[in-house]
Ligand binder design. Sequence first.
Ligand code: NAP
Length: 479
Amino acid sequence: MGTGRDNLVSRLGTSDRPLRVAIVGAGPAGFYVLQHLFQEQDLRVQADMFDRLPTPFGLVRQGVAPDHQKIKSVVRVYEKLAQDPRYRFFGNIEFGKELSLEDLHERYDQIVFTTGAQTDRKLGIPGEDLEGSYPAAAFVAWYNGHPDYSHLKFDLRGRRAVVIGLGNVAVDVARVLSQTNDELARTDIADYALKELAASTIEEVHLLGRRGPAEAAFTNHEATELGELTETEARACLDSEEVESLMRELDPASDRLARAKLEILLDLAKRREPGKKNRLLIRFLVSPVELQGDDQGHVRKIRLVHNELYHDDEGAVRARPTEKETILRADAVFRSVGYKGAPLPGLPFRDDWGIIPNTQGRVMDPASGETMTGVYVSGWIKRGPTGVIGTNKADARETVECMAVDRMAGRVLKDTDRAGEPIEHLLESRGARYVTYADWLDLDRIELIRGQVAGRPRVKFTSREEFLQVLDALEPPVD
Ligand code: NAP
């Protein structure tokens, strides 16, 4: 005779006993996990998604640059998934605060963490924390109206801003700092950021890369956009002959993208647009070694070391310092050297990589080398902050495939049919105010109307209090 557990395993994922999945993190990674679960043939599933913010869509709302409305249209896919009756959203619920791993264990068969990379990487140089030196991640969250960052202040009263790093985030920051008010007003940038940026006196932005033009981390589309700013001349500080010689070294077939990047940069190196009043300079082969402040503790200079390139033992191109140094004046510094994942209560964490250790998405306890039953990761918290939004699709597929294999082997969290106290009762009993997907649709509609009135794509709500007040105002009066 089979045990109760054998019985459950054979029924799990059927209409008799749908699979219960919790997804923590409502960004792209979470939605692609949902998509793959819903696409599994013959699987009956109920998925609850939690997010500490009252709004879904993670970095698409809080990270993608406000002038990249086309990239943001990816939410249409997530919106469609969210309309499925098998899905529920619990916004404004923070894992580790209103919700513990134990709570999830008691109610779900499988749990997936898709919490992304919420903090910034440090440079680890003296002066990094001077006034006027900011993590780019915080600036991005601020101009996108992230409720945890909307109170921040950025001093944009100087003439020169320096952005450290040459990834797409650095380019986003440089573009936002260089756009005119008219350009920004056509976006869904937070209202307060629009006002602050209108008052900005920054005339020159320097983007600093530690390696050469061929190694720049930004993508070609983003580099092209730098040449399209209406009042800012973008210039790559490069010797044209050197770039042409680099291009000749590249294999036209396999290095197509790298070649195209060099062509864009070559154009930016040669171009002169004297009619434009502001400048954006892209500089290569320099690393900051110290930020220096004035007597008020505000950053004023950056000491840079010039680098040379070499191949390491694995053949990767790396930078190493030379003897040459330069001092660069800087009134504001944005450190854009990558995001970093944050640890979650009850889960293992690899601090050096900023990820939850895992094998193909199965969370692994490094102490025992064993995978944790029923607990998975996907997205940046699984692989680190790399790739574009679409990269999370294949990543989620790998995790969801592991979930299916484990389910068939009976490796799930719950071994009874007991559903536990409904999650909404538990949250209510803790005084937690959760935001449903229907609530979000109301907020979304109002933001869009506010946008229409202002002639913008949307005007965002940017504080939790504001979100909840609007929802309260929409509640039908109680008799
Ligand atoms: P990223 O692409 O990893 O770029 C990080 C940059 O910081 C690189 O230029 C890196 O140089 C530099 N860096 C790292 N450590 C440094 C140090 N100690 N000193 C000086 N420079 C240092 O990271 P990201 O820009 O934060 O972007 C994260 C991910 O999101 C990326 O995959 C990006 O493509 C994606 N994203 C995409 C878009 C878009 O599609 N439009 C927009 C934003 C972000 P090295 O190359 O030498 O390491």
